[in-house]
Design a protein around this ligand. Structure first.
Ligand code: NAD
Length: 980
């Protein structure tokens, strides 16, 4: 793959756009295009959509209406829900939100059944109308459904969903698809096998069979689109070696089969982080074989990718699409703190990119055969203009853009292929929702052509005219660095890039060769005594340093941490046994803590708060440091939590003795060094290392310590609490963040694939050695079998091993005693619980293979099992109360996950939970500073939450100042007030 493709990946948007401008049609050509597009659009709009089409559908249920949104929710979930109760709960909730039957009367609003009936019949009725049926049978059906009640309604809605589905999916099997496609004589086809990406080897094998069958069943001349992520459970850059060893031969086999059958194969485009890998695979597969590739114009590197394809000089067909994962790309780049987005933030910029790419693809007719996937009149007109008599084809989605192509076919000849999804209805619905989102977005042509309020002139205008001059990205989507209005976001590292992974690996290997991480000498009692004394005497001056200066030093510290990303990540991997991804998020979190507390200090500590009171008096409240804080951190976030505690204490004006865990002293040392270099005086912050029972205990027993910020186990927290209580002198402040017995509750409306993705991350990332990690999965028995099967398969795909290797998913357990305790626990489970699945761990080394067991609720552990062991318990829908009670009775309250599509279920769990951090429909780890302030209640900690707006207050003492301003003679402000 070409270096330019990599370079352009996250190019500044304005720069990426400049290149595209040069490739746009000249003004007079653009005018011609506009005219053509306009006459096309006029005809499209004035033509009544045939049968049910996406256009007419969106006209009725736009994304911006509650009905449209409810419809998406129902469509996405309904057909997979196994039990009627859950299905009814979903329908009841979603269907009561909209005004389904316009003029349906009061009764429609009174009963969900009636409104569901309306809704179902609106759909079927609309279909019926679209199919030019009489309205009367609809009214009859409606009356009937209202009389018969819920089961009939449920069936009607399911039926409506199926009818809807059949408009967008050509068939459940390839045979059905091929038969149905015969009705579209003028078109060629490319069949797409629907489904989620593979999570397990079993999924991948099933998809492989589906593709093989599809290729065999496809008529010569038609094609099959292949999603690589469906053919391998780990189609990721970090797994490059496996992908080439396992996936490449599989695809090659399909390519050969397709050649035998004279069927075209096109590799579909997926998320941008898979592009490098896709292109490299494509390069290999296209040697000697004519295969196709999809290119997404919304990526900034689309043009570079097209240039690369031209340069390959191989017979290749290229499908140019605008791109379907735009919203996901934006979200992901923000979450990962990427320097910029892989995609354009403005839709017209994507349109320009599309034109530029089209021009490139048309420039090599001897080798490239371009296919332009579009439902947009202007794009169609542009392609005709650019192509002249060079060969190309259009592509459209099945069930979409029908009117456009029908209108077009009246005036001229062209080749068009239908991209036609094939698959079962349950697989289809998430696909459908994706397409509706894509085409129902306000910026989408399909959406706008259906909306008579949008003037056609605007709709077909040259996209250049819609762009600001000079170009700037959409201000509502700032680069991830500027995500927060008042502070910088930490910078991430793109671990989906091969060169980045390689340079990390090299750094870690060379550091390992250079430095032996033997034991670090403990701080002696005298040294500790000296440090405390120094911190006591430094306190007076540090607490008087203006908060803005303290904040500035912390902001410089954040910059320094980020600058040393690779060095620190290497140390975290080597000393803490964390994987690359974990290490990078450690450094980011540490930097975020520094910037966040700096901001809070500026906000709350810089100026006293003026308080209202009687005339002649000034009252104010100010915040001051308390004295010397002991910051005691655990090994499992050796940089982030360590730095966070220290930054908070310093920001609030305290001096600090920081004690890293005995397992990770070097990381603590290095962090303190960096803070010193950034301007925190040496006497204000010092590091004490050594065993908790020795150095830690001495530290907290010292009466000169005004407060303790502790994160670790609840046993230790209790010990520290007792030690503080036993000291003479002032009562110290204790902020303690401790462990949890964290559960996730999943109902039958949840999507099992999503659940398992999130469970694998929550329970096994960092070898389960996160306080937030999931220990327990409560899963509704309706979907339990599928979830457990997927979970077992996903566990088998995890690589356990040396964290220094870039493809490791799960690193070691922190030390031998911890591992021994976990092993004992697992042995007990093996004897008494049912094994769901496990990963394989290397025979030597301090590893523990991630594992999941099923057991009844009575057998679940009520203590924290700090490792990659998941306890799964199924429950019946009507016993949710017992599950929630069990969670409460553990006494812990740190994190909780919920997976459901039913808001009332989510609400029931959330309102009954006594838990610090609740996550819905996502993983339950990875809290972000200032976004998900973190910390538990009950046995899980005292609060306030780290990375939250109230944290610094706990490190401060409050003082008021009252001045009698009338003392000198009178209440001047009363006497000098303006007349009237
Ligand atoms: P730990 O309690 O063994 O040690 C934590 C720190 O306390 C270490 O620095 C240790 O040296 C020190 N320490 C131990 N005994 C001490 C004593 N008597 N006096 C003073 N200091 C003492 O915990 P760990 O094994 O390092 O960390 C894992 C635990 O931390 C888990 O229980 C996990 O859930 C919890 N944790 C909680 C959070 C949170 O935010 N709630 C975050 C990370 C970890």
């Amino acid at each position: 793959m070409d270096e330019r493709i990599r370079h352009d990946h996250r190019l500044a948007e304005a720069e990426a756009l400049e290149r595209l401008r040069a490739l746009q049609p000249a003004r007079e050509v653009s005018q011609r295009i506009t005219e053509r597009a306009l006459s096309l659009a006029r005809e499209v709009r004035s033509t009544r959509p045939a049968a049910l089409s996406a256009e007419s559908f969106l006209r009725h249920y736009g994304l911006s209406t509650p009905e449209g949104v409810a419809l998406m929710c129902v469509a996405e979930a309904l057909l997979r829900i196994p039990d009627p109760e859950t299905a009814d709960a979903l329908l009841r909730e979603k269907l009561s939100a909209g005004q389904w039957a316009k003029g349906g009367g009061q009764e429609a609003e009174d009963s969900w059944a009636a409104s569901a009936a309306d809704w179902a019949l609106m759909l079927t009725g609309t279909l019926a109308r679209w199919r030019e049926a009489e309205a009367e049978p609809v009214a009859q059906l409606k009356r009937l459904a209202a009389r018969l009640g819920e089961p009939v309604v449920r069936t009607a809605v399911r039926q409506a969903m199926r009818i809807l589905a059949s408009q967008f999916v050509i068939g459940e099997t390839i045979e059905e698809a091929v038969t149905r496609s015969r009705a579209f004589e003028a078109y060629r086809f490319s069949y797409d096998m629907l489904g989620e990406a593979a999570r397990t080897a079993e999924d991948a094998a099933r998809y492989f069979d589906a593709y093989s069958r599809a290729i065999r069943g496809t008529p010569a001349g038609d094609g099959v689109s292949v999603k690589l992520s469906a053919l391998h459970p780990r189609f990721e850059e970090a797994k490059r070696a496996r992908v080439f060893a396992e996936l490449a031969p599989r695809v090659a086999q399909l390519v050969r089969l397709a050649e035998q059958c004279a069927v075209g194969i096109t590799i579909d485009a997926e998320e941008s982080e898979r592009l490098e890998l896709t292109l490299d695979l494509f390069e290999q597969l296209s040697r000697g074989h004519a295969i196709g590739l999809a290119v997404q114009a919304y990526q900034k590197r689309a043009l570079a990718a097209c240039d690369w394809l031209v340069g390959l000089r191989r017979r290749v067909s290229v499908r140019l699409v605008k791109g379907a994962y735009w919203d996901g790309e934006i979200k992901r780049a923000q979450q990962l703190g990427m320097p910029d987005y892989p995609v354009f933030t403005r839709k017209p910029a994507t349109d320009l990119s599309y034109v530029a790419c089209a021009r490139r693809l048309l420039s090599a007719p001897a080798t490239l055969y371009p296919a332009f996937a579009t439902h947009n009149c202007r794009t169609v007109a542009t392609i005709f203009e650019l192509a002249g008599d060079r060969p190309f084809e259009f592509q459209k989605l099945f069930g979409m853009g029908d009117t456009l192509y029908e209108v077009l076919s009246r005036t001229r000849a062209f080749a068009c292929r239908i991209y036609a999804p094939v698959g079962s209805f349950t697989d289809l619905l998430p696909y459908l929702v994706r397409r509706l989102l894509e085409n129902g977005a306000n910026t989408s042509f399909v959406h706008q052509i259906a909306d008579p309020a949008v003037p056609l002139e605007a709709l077909v205008a040259d996209p250049l005219e819609a762009l600001p001059e000079p170009y700037s990205p959409d201000p509502r989507i700032p680069v991830p660095r500027n995500l927060y209005p008042d502070r910088l976001n930490s910078l991430g590292v793109d671990l989906a890039r091969r060169d980045v992974l390689e340079s990390f690996e090299e750094k870690i290997r060379s550091d390992r060769g250079r430095e032996n991480l033997g034991t670090v000498e403990s701080t002696t009692a005298q040294e500790l005594d000296f440090s405390i004394a120094r911190a006591v005497s430094a306190f007076d001056s540090w607490t008087r340093v203006p908060p803005s200066e303290r904040a500035a030093a912390l902001e410089r510290s954040a910059d320094a941490l980020e600058r040393r990303m690779q060095e620190l990540a290497s140390l975290i991997v080597r000393e803490g046994g964390r994987t690359y991804a974990d290490a990078v998020s450690e450094v980011r979190e540490a930097a975020d803590f520094c910037r966040y507390y700096a901001l809070q200090a500026r906000k709350h500590f810089a100026n006293p708060l003026a308080l209202a009171g009687p005339a002649g008096e000034r009252n104010e409240l100010s915040l001051q440091g308390r004295g010397v804080f002991a910051c005691i951190a655990p090994w499992n976030f050796p940089l982030a939590i360590f730095t966070g505690q220290v930054a908070a204490a310093l920001a609030a004006g305290n001096t600090v003795i920081a004690k890293p865990a005995e397992q990770t002293p070097r990381i603590g040392f290095r962090a303190v060094e960096l803070l010193h270099q950034a301007g925190i005086p040496a006497d204000v912050l010092s590091c004490a290392v050594g065993a908790g029972e020795a150095v830690g205990a001495l530290l907290v027993a010292d009466p000169r310590i005004a407060g303790v910020a502790f994160t670790g186990s609840d046993e230790t927290a209790r010990r520290i609490n007792a030690a503080l209580a036993a000291r003479p002198g002032p009562i110290a402040t204790l902020v303690a963040e401790t462990g949890g017995v964290n559960a996730m509750v999943v109902d039958a409306s949840a999507l099992p694939e999503q659940v398992v993705d999130d469970v694998v991350v929550s329970a096994f990332q960092s070898a389960g050695q996160r306080c937030s990690a999931q220990r327990i999965l409560f899963v509704d028995e309706g979907c339990a079998a599928r979830v457990m099967r997927l979970l077992g398969g996903a566990l088998a795909e995890l690589k356990v091993g040396d964290a220094a290797e870039p493809d490791t998913d799960v690193g070691p357990i922190i030390d031998a005693p911890a591992r021994a305790a976990l092993l004992r626990h697992v042995e007990k489970l093996r004897a008494g619980a049912r094994l769901i699945g496990e990963a394989r761990a290397p025979a030597s080394g301090n590893y523990l293979a991630p594992v999941a067991f099923e057991m009844p609720i009575e057998a679940l552990p009520r203590i924290e099992v700090f490792g990659p062991v998941l306890h799964v318990c199924t429950y019946r829908r009507d016993s949710l109360g017992r599950v929630l009670q069990w969670i409460r009775e553990t006494g812990y309250g740190l994190t909780l996950g919920v997976h459901s599509r039913i808001q009332s279920f989510v609400d029931a769990v959330v309102t009954q939970a006594r838990v610090g951090n609740v996550y819905v429909n996502r993983s339950m780890i990875g809290a972000v500073v200032g976004v998900q302030p973190f910390g538990g209640e009950g046995l899980s900690g005292t609060g306030p939450k780290a990375g939250g707006p109230h944290y610094l207050f706990r490190f401060a003492t409050e003082r008021t100042l009252t001045v009698n301003t009338a003392a000198v003679g009178g209440v001047t402000e009363l006497l000098t007030r303006p007349l009237n």
